[in-house]
Design a protein around this ligand. Structure first.
Ligand SMILES: [Fe+2]
Length: 280
């Protein structure tokens, strides 16, 4: 896959139902939408109509939650079919999932859970990614999550692991800038040094949003306006890689959509400034 050939989608937002009433008032600020794929599996009539409305008016990127690419037991065949049917129907520029597991031993744990950064994990991911890619005719990009736990026997650090993942699979990266910032703060490493060790040609899309600090640790809450530290890191990412799209990912404490468009304009201004002064 030549990742540089993907279309440039611009700046958009993760679609949530409360946004619908103002979505068209804010149309000029929203280049594309990311939708949660799982919300449109076997949809009731109102969700099917909503999907049609969104697809007829915006470029859409489906973002899956529960493929559980890190499950050693393999993918769930019925979930895979639902995801693939949606992707194959929408024919998006790309689609995305997380580098995580949400299911183990047949039990759905209902949470994006970090994987041990080992060769065994990379082998599991390789098998599951191949099976997913066989089912979709769409470029696949994978997202870094927050490392709420770390395992004692890891053979790779975070950047090495993402590099190995890209070396062994034809996947792009959905770099969640907020998750990178949170991991760097909570686990005390330099996020820019980490960034510069990633395969920059694979960084296709970004996520950003604000979190909060509790008991000295950043929480990935998707609940606050993007903080200055995260904007600064996003600026560094845009200087490093030619990203094709970025998505504001607000899930909690949702304000009026018009308030969020100021964040979209901020992101757009960063891209324009970086492109106007390359190398600065
Ligand atoms: Fe994210």
């Amino acid at each position: 896959m030549n990742w540089s050939e993907l279309p440039e989608l611009g700046v958009g937002i993760g679609y949530r139902e409360p946004f619908l009433s103002k979505l068209f008032d804010c149309r000029d600020s929203i280049d594309f939408l990311e939708i949660t794929a799982d919300h449109y599996f076997e949809p009731i009539d109102s969700k099917a109509a909503e999907l049609d409305l969104l697809a007829n008016n915006f470029p859409l990127i489906p973002h899956g939650l529960a493929m559980s690419l890190g499950s050693a037991e393999g993918l769930d065949a019925s979930y895979l079919k639902l995801y693939a049917d949606l992707v194959n129907r929408l024919k998006p520029a790309w689609c995305s999932e997380h580098i995580a597991f949400t299911r183990a031993g047949g039990i759905d744990i209902g949470h994006l859970t970090p994987l041990p950064k080992t060769d065994a994990t990379l082998r599991v991911l390789h098998d599951n990614i191949a099976r997913l890619q066989d089912a979709i005719q769409t470029p696949l990009i994978l997202e870094n999550i927050t490392d709420t736990i770390r395992y004692p026997t890891e053979s790779y650090d975070g950047a090495e692991f993402l590099g190995e993942l890209c070396d062994r699979n034809d996947v792009g990266l959905l770099l969640d800038v907020t998750n990178l910032f949170i991991n760097s703060s909570n686990h005390r490493f330099d996020p820019v040094e980490f960034l510069h060790r990633l395969p920059k040609d694979r960084i296709v899309q970004l996520h950003f949003v604000g979190g909060y600090i509790e008991d000295g640790l950043w929480v990935d809450s998707h609940s606050r306006a993007t903080q200055d530290e995260i904007w600064e890191l996003l600026d560094r990412v845009v200087r490093f890689a030619e990203v094709k799209g970025m998505i504001l990912e607000r899930d909690e404490n949702i304000p009026d959509l018009q308030e969020l468009t100021t964040e979209l304009e901020h992101a757009r201004a960063i891209v324009e400034r970086v492109r106007a002064t390359p190398g600065a």
